[in-house]
Design a protein around this ligand. Sequence first.
Ligand code: UDP
Ligand code: MG
Length: 310
Amino acid sequence: MESIDIIIPCKDEEENIEHIYSEIMKLEPEVKKVGDVNLNIIFIDDGSKDNTSKCIKKLSEQYKNVSYVIFSKNFGKESAIYAGLKKSIGDYAVIMDCDMQDPPIFIVDMYKFMKEGFEAVGTKRKNRVGEPIIRSFFSNSFYNIFNMLSKTQIPNGMRDFCMMSVKFKNAILSNMEKNRFFKGLFCNVGFKVKWIEFENVNRYKGNTKWSFKNLLFYSIEGLLSFSNMPILVSSIVGIICCIISFITMLFVVIRAIIYGDRVIGWPSMVSIMLFLQGLQFLFIGVIGIYISKNYIELKNRPLYFVEEES
Ligand code: UDP
Ligand code: MG
């Protein structure tokens, strides 16, 4: 008999735990029509401040297909996904949000595709109906910039919701980096991947756990871990500035030889100097960010600490 491990990262989701469990289990007969398989649920409590861990423990006492990892504090969804994948020992692993925005019904289709020989099934949203316009704008811009700057291409609207084989899961786990960006890692693996699309669904209960600031930093981190383009762009702009300043220098020298050196153009000189110095600081900053990323990787700190595990 096969098994599917459904990994669910949770942060302050006390209202959603039981609901998602029952919704998933309602599907078990459907999934069993596709193959002889058991569903196991792995909840990862990412430092919740409400009763999430209590709800998870209660479920795990009631049902033997529920297990959990409780983090010592909030380490972020990426760390929770990693912890879940490491804990999973089943034939297939699913990553899924706790708030019903990843409709469990797709697990049936995903499993069908896996049986057809795909190594992974990824999902993306058809639209962003119900999402604040400003958030949609920034999300769309993020995907466009990411795909322009990185060799790894992420479909616009991609969700972390996916199913993968052991081979695919191990490929993802073999990326040892600390600055983890699951969508990028998923799209970078290769193998045979099937994509399915679905309409945007609103949260069942509670609020999003991502503030605008969190999302912005998350996007920048994701981009930096999959592209060296910002450094390359800095160098190219630097070279262009050198060429322009060399031509201007020639012009100034020749003009001084022909017409004599009259002190004119002081304001333009100051503005050019200020502009170039601004660029220099900006690009030193870009390089600094990459160096700080190296520093974090070098320290090799654990991605999370576990308070309790079943
Ligand atoms: N989540 C988490 N750690 C965090 C933030 C979120 O484990 O620091 C979980 C959260 O409980 C949910 C999933 O990640 O199951 C997606 O979060 P959310 O629904 O808030 O994000 P959104 O759907 O708004 O992008
Ligand atoms: Mg959500």
